[in-house]
Design a binder for this molecule. Structure first.
Ligand SMILES: [Zn+2]
Length: 254
């Protein structure tokens, strides 16, 4: 599919959740995909792996994990998306021209992701692939996110815990462990400089809101700009942003 990719419109290159490398949101791409791939068609994903690679050895399990995540994302957000995502799994950071062996990028407009897929097949690898897949699913189903808080946070807020313990319990525990180091939600909504902790904190807060009131308010806030979010939140939840933040921190601390 690379040949028809004309341009890459780069948004902010943002850190995804919990100790991962970069997870960016380029609209179109990947722009350079060589011919050295084997493809494995699946239900919701087409996996492209290097011949004889770790990814090829594990392609069946990876497909099962991703299909489960796909269904989880649609169910949690009550959204529809019928596309099939092309997943380019590289051997290493050098092979992928990415920053680390746990690094990836999602391309919503071309329904593709690329990521390093180096051993072991652990929580961080699954979380990375789920996060990038969620970028593609969410943007196609819900439109353009108005903030990094929504774009990055929601991509990590709906993780399935069926295969690996990367679900909400992990988010609550992480949030409680951060204590005073946890960034304020108003800071997350404002955006600006961004790192992996910002993604995880946003994911935790959004997962809490999903748990509390379901996906409809989240969908209504997804495209809003920073300046419009607090007022809409008060309307949708009947609580101020500060009150919701206190509720969330107390919930995670239990
Ligand atoms: Zn991301």
């Amino acid at each position: 599919m690379a040949g028809r990719l004309l341009r890459r419109v780069a948004l902010a290159c943002l850190g995804p959740a919990l100790m991962l490398g970069l997870g960016c949101n380029n609209i179109l791409g990947p722009s350079k995909v060589d011919a050295n791939w084997r493809s494995y068609p699946g239900l919701h994903f087409m996996l492209y792996v290097r011949p004889g690679s770790f990814a090829e050895t594990n392609q069946a399990l990876l497909a099962a994990v991703l299909d489960d995540q796909f269904a989880t994302t649609l169910a949690r957000l009550e959204i529809a998306y019928g596309g099939r995502i092309s997943v380019f799994l590289y051997d290493s950071a050098a092979d992928a021209s990415l920053d680390s062996d746990r690094s990836g990028m999602g391309y919503p407009d071309t329904e593709a992701i690329r990521a390093t897929c180096a051993p072991p097949l652990d929580e961080s690898l699954v979380r990375l692939l789920a996060h990038e897949s969620n970028h593609v699913i969410q943007r196609n189903a819900m439109g353009l996110p108005g903030t990094s808080f929504m774009s990055e946070g929601l991509a990590s807020a709906v993780m399935s815990a069926r295969f690996y313990p990367i679900g909400n319990d992990r988010l609550w525990a992480w949030t409680a462990s951060r204590g005073a180091a946890l960034p304020a939600v108003s800071t997350l909504i404002a955006g600006g400089a961004w790192d992996g902790d910002d993604t995880t904190a946003s994911a935790s807060f959004l997962a809490y809101l999903l748990d509390r009131a379901g996906p409809a308010p989240i969908r209504q806030m997804y495209q809003l700009r920073s300046e419009d979010l607090p007022a809409r939140m008060r309307t949708l939840y009947g609580r101020s942003l500060e009150d919701l933040e206190r509720d969330w921190r107390a919930f995670c601390g239990k």
